[in-house]
Design a protein around this ligand. Structure first.
Ligand code: ADP
Length: 126
């Protein structure tokens, strides 16, 4: 009977297990974040983003106008933060950028999407 000895290169025996926990308590990766872990930058249609706090916050119209001028000229430089829970998108910040896009009639907005749970969502609604 023959004995086989398998020589595995040292670097193939090293596995790094990344157990990073994001601040939202969600596992890294997932459907909305492309499975690669961490947030992803995506262009989303404005009407796909739910804004639950819309009626409780008012935007500064001067800020919105300034952003409209700037976005028309140089585009959105910093994406808005969006939370994805069970395939639905929620925006709680970036209100001026969002309104500037609406007023400019732009169909989409660049978003930094991170995945969360219903608990994360509840936390944002408080
Ligand atoms: P918001 O409610 O959208 O966060 P703020 O007035 O608090 O509005 O902040 C505006 C943000 O928009 C800043 O973080 C700024 O860096 C960002 N930004 C992105 N694109 C532009 C742009 N083209 N011109 C000016 N600010 C921009």
């Amino acid at each position: 009977m023959a004995n086989f000895v398998l020589h595995v290169p040292v670097n193939l025996r090293c596995f790094t297990v990344s157990a990073s926990s994001s601040s939202n308590g969600a596992p890294p990766g997932g459907s909305g974040s492309g499975g690669g872990g961490g947030p992803v930058i995506v262009e989303l249609p404005l009407d796909k983003i739910r804004r639950p706090l819309l009626r409780t916050r008012t935007n500064d119209p001067n800020k919105v106008q300034q952003l409209m001028d700037s976005i028309s000229e140089i585009g959105l430089q910093v994406p808005i933060d969006v939370l994805e829970v069970d395939g639905a998108y929620y925006g709680f910040s970036g209100c001026h950028r969002y309104e500037a896009h609406q007023r400019l009639g732009l169909p989409t907005i660049r978003c930094k999407i991170r995945r969360g749970t219903k608990e994360t969502l509840r936390h944002h609604m408080r």
